[in-house]
Design a binder for this molecule. Structure first.
Ligand SMILES: C[S@@+](CC[C@H](N)C(=O)[O-])C[C@H]1O[C@@H](n2cnc3c(N)ncnc32)[C@H](O)[C@@H]1O
Length: 416
């Protein structure tokens, strides 16, 4: 074993020991409330977000890599007809997940204590691999990603969340502070840390994070964020390089509006047109810098050796046959509207308050005609907007960019 391998092995042991004594996320009694949230409409929207070009299916094989205490059970509840496998290095987390499996009778869930790096030992390929909040804790994140690539079916989708650096600057300051003081993740030390953090200067970079994410002020959340033996963060260009090294490419951002030059405040600045002329990857990188406070990136990625699925494309005619599906967590606001607007559309999962879409009377008619089965062309006909082809196209493109809809494009053949 080389020195680096020995150091990596020692670090991996510290990370798994940490999650043995601090299973994450904190225990929940049951998932009944969570299960009730997932109806067919929500499942359909989620499926087309990941697989726009495929007819809806709810019976996929899913691997939850680094599943922690609850994530695999949640996915098994959410997709009762899917086969879900959860793996994690923490025996405590797997045991907790087994308890949820029993409690909710989740016959479609298999759990195993196994590291992400050894996922190929499952001897199975998966259509959907979900890995959130895990790879950035690995001594060799490239090895983890390669392993996930190897268990992803050629047409499969990897949903990956890793930390982002700029919004976490305050966390890295206090991680370093704790390291220098030799603070350990014991119950007493965590309580002392909570008290100490109350004395942080109001303009310390960690203060807004403490205010905005209640999880950080729980004992488990605080230990996970500030006393973790190992974590790293990826800027947009680093993440895109990371995916490429792992044989993967970006499909989409789970929530894309914050990364797009056409959405929210940046579009209305004098730089809007210049931002919009950048390549897609440069746009994402610039928007991360402009927004400055992103704490994580969540992407849907696919294997680079798989034939690219037809991209959502508004340049030709194919969009007329797209079926828009409303995303959950979207809201139509009808109060305090900008002049002339019929409503303002927001997505509650967005954290930036500049990301909202004002719509006008004709657009409100188009929106109202979305039912998850009609194509854009049919919607335009119902809303009597057939004469305004480009207006309908621009509106549905804006709905998509602002994370108001996803599309089922499986019925749209490219036109010659
Ligand atoms: C922050 S938790 C995230 C849990 C879960 N993915 C979620 O989003 O709720 C990180 C998890 O990764 C697990 N983990 C860390 N290193 C791992 C590895 N090499 N292989 C598998 N799991 C690992 C930890 O045990 C822990 O359960």
């Amino acid at each position: 074993m080389t020195d680096t391998e020995a150091q990596d092995a020692a670090l991996a042991t510290r990370v798994s020991a940490f999650y043995e004594s601090h299973p994450y996320p904190p225990a929940v009694d049951d998932l009944d409330g969570y299960g009730r949230k997932w109806d067919d409409a929500r499942r359909r929207a989620e499926a087309h977000l990941v697989w726009p070009a495929e007819p809806y299916r709810d019976d996929r094989s899913i691997l939850v890599a680094g599943c922690g205490t609850t994530q695999a059970a949640k996915l098994a509840l959410r997709w009762p007809r899917a086969q879900v496998t959860g793996i994690d290095v923490s025996a405590a987390s797997v045991a907790f997940a087994e308890g949820l499996k029993r409690k909710h009778g989740l016959a479609n869930l298999q759990l195993r204590r196994l590291s992400v790096e050894r996922a190929p030992e499952l001897g199975q390929a998966f259509e959907h691999v979900v890995c959130t909040g895990v790879l950035h804790h690995l001594p060799d994140p490239d090895a983890g990603l390669r392993a996930l690539h190897d268990v992803l079916e050629p047409g499969g989708a990897l949903q990956l969340m890793v930390y982002a650096p700029y919004g976490r600057a305050g966390i890295y300051l206090i991680q370093d502070y704790c390291r220098r003081l030799g603070i350990q993740p014991t119950a007493a030390e965590v309580l002392d840390l909570i008290v100490a953090l109350r004395a942080l200067p109001p303009d310390h970079p960690l203060t807004p994070l403490l205010r905005k994410s209640p999880d950080l002020l729980t004992r488990e959340g605080l230990a996970d964020a500030l006393l973790n033996p190992l974590d790293r963060a990826y800027s947009v260009p680093q993440l895109l390089d990371y995916l490429a090294r792992g044989g993967l490419r970006l499909g989409r951002w789970l929530r894309q509006a914050p990364y797009l030059a056409q959405c929210g405040g940046p579009a209305a600045t004098p730089h809007g047109p210049r931002l919009a002329k950048l390549s897609a990857d440069e746009q994402y990188a610039a928007l991360e810098l402009f927004r400055g406070t992103m704490v994580r990136h969540t992407v849907v990625a696919c294997r680079s050796d798989a034939p690219p699925a037809a991209a959502i494309d508004f340049s030709g005619d194919a969009w007329r046959d797209y079926v828009p599906v409303r995303l959950p967590d979207t809201l139509v606001v009808r109060e305090k509207l900008p002049a002339g607007a019929a409503a303002v559309l927001i997505n509650r999962t967005h954290t930036y308050t500049d990301i909202y879409l004002p719509i006008y009377a004709r657009q409100a008619r188009l929106l109202a005609a979305i039912d998850g089965t009609r194509t854009i062309a049919q919607i335009a006909q119902i809303a009597q907007a057939t004469g305004e082809r480009s207006a309908a196209r621009d509106f549905f493109q804006a709905l998509w960019r602002y994370d108001q809809v996803v599309f089922d494009t499986s019925g749209s053949a490219p036109r010659p």
